[in-house]
Ligand binder design. Sequence first.
Ligand code: ATP
Ligand code: MG
Length: 160
Amino acid sequence: AQAKAVNVLDLVNDALKSLKQPIAEKGLEVKTDVPKDLTITTVPAKFSQVVRNLLNNAVFYNRKDGVVTVTATADEKNLKLSVQDTGIGIAENDQERIFERFYRVDKARSRHNGGTGLGLAIVHDMVMQLGGEVTLASQVGVGSTFTVSLPLADLPRFYK
Ligand code: ATP
Ligand code: MG
């Protein structure tokens, strides 16, 4: 895998394009607050996988007519990208396990949606590989915010 300069807004918009249908079906409003000229030097396929998996969840676990908000900022060293939803939220007990492979909060409901419980485990793996971190803030019945922090340029040696 090779690191390349990636425009963050373009990548977010590409991910949103592929979710157009479920977003429309659910009547979701999508807000993006990402500077047009913000770029990150990273492994594009891995970064885009992270964004897509987080957006998938923000859409799928949202409520009807809810909101998805994508925000990105950067300081000298890091990109901070947040995906916020107005969905079912994640109880505190589940928050520490949510990045484990195959962990799903509501087994009965989850069985119907055909997901595998791998999305967030992949997010965690990719973010670790790219030298960053991912955090979660959530309140049941209110929503969740996943925040990914990634080095803007200083990738682990392996990817240089
Ligand atoms: P898939 O492999 O298709 O992504 P999944 O969505 O079930 O399946 P993860 O993305 O890893 O798997 O999420 C794990 C579990 O965490 C989900 O089953 C769901 O219970 C909970 N979860 C994830 N994201 C959210 C969210 N934004 N709001 C509420 N619950 C969430
Ligand atoms: Mg998922």
